[in-house]
Design a protein around this ligand. Structure first.
Ligand code: FES
Length: 166
């Protein structure tokens, strides 16, 4: 399998320190800090949250509170490929449910789950902004539209095969 894109915790914390220099010790900055931290790690590790509290002087309770308040923040690691399956209205009426079942069966994980090999995380989301392609999903920023159950699973099989190619 090829290398994961997330940094190690140690190197991530070093980069986090560099990023924190741009921010005052102001709790109003917390959402922006957490967004950038999540971009860095793919989620919000507990160690990073503790680190942010110490570096900014914000109470740890405030940092942890913001991290759990907003649904945009994840506190558990995600797979190398983050599958955002759209469950918005257009995708719903275009038949996303059988696609969801097919993806869950193939991956063996429910909504929000990550495969044991750390390759895929499946997440249901609201509209991803390409309703004319409904039903649609986005994987690491790339959109796949006009999905059928077979097509959706074939995309994942192709990604997995690519990972297994030396
Ligand atoms: S509802 Fe699925 S892309 Fe808009």
């Amino acid at each position: 399998m090829s290398e994961c894109r997330a940094p190690t915790l140690e190197s991530g914390l070093t980069r986090l320190d560099e990023m924190l220099r741009e921010y005052d010790c102001d709790s109003d900055n917390l959402v922006a800090i957490l967004q950038r931290t999540q971009e860095l790690f793919g989620y919000l590790p507990e160690e990073a949250l503790t680190h942010i509290a110490a570096a900014t002087g914000c109470p740890a309770s405030a940092v942890f509170g913001v991290s759990t308040f907003y649904s945009q923040f994840r506190t558990t690691p995600v797979g190398k490929y983050l599958i955002l399956l759209c469950k918005g209205t257009a995708c719903y009426v275009s038949g996303v449910n059988p696609i969801e079942s097919a993806l869950q069966n193939y991956l063996g994980v429910p909504d929000g789950g990550t495969t044991e090999d750390g390759l895929f995380t499946l997440e249901n989301v609201a509209c991803i902004g390409c309703c004319c392609l409904a039903p649609a999903m986005m994987i690491n920023g790339r959109t796949y539209g006009h999905l059928t159950p077979n097509y959706a699973v074939s995309v994942l099989k192709e990604l997995r095969a690519r990972e297994e190619t030396p």
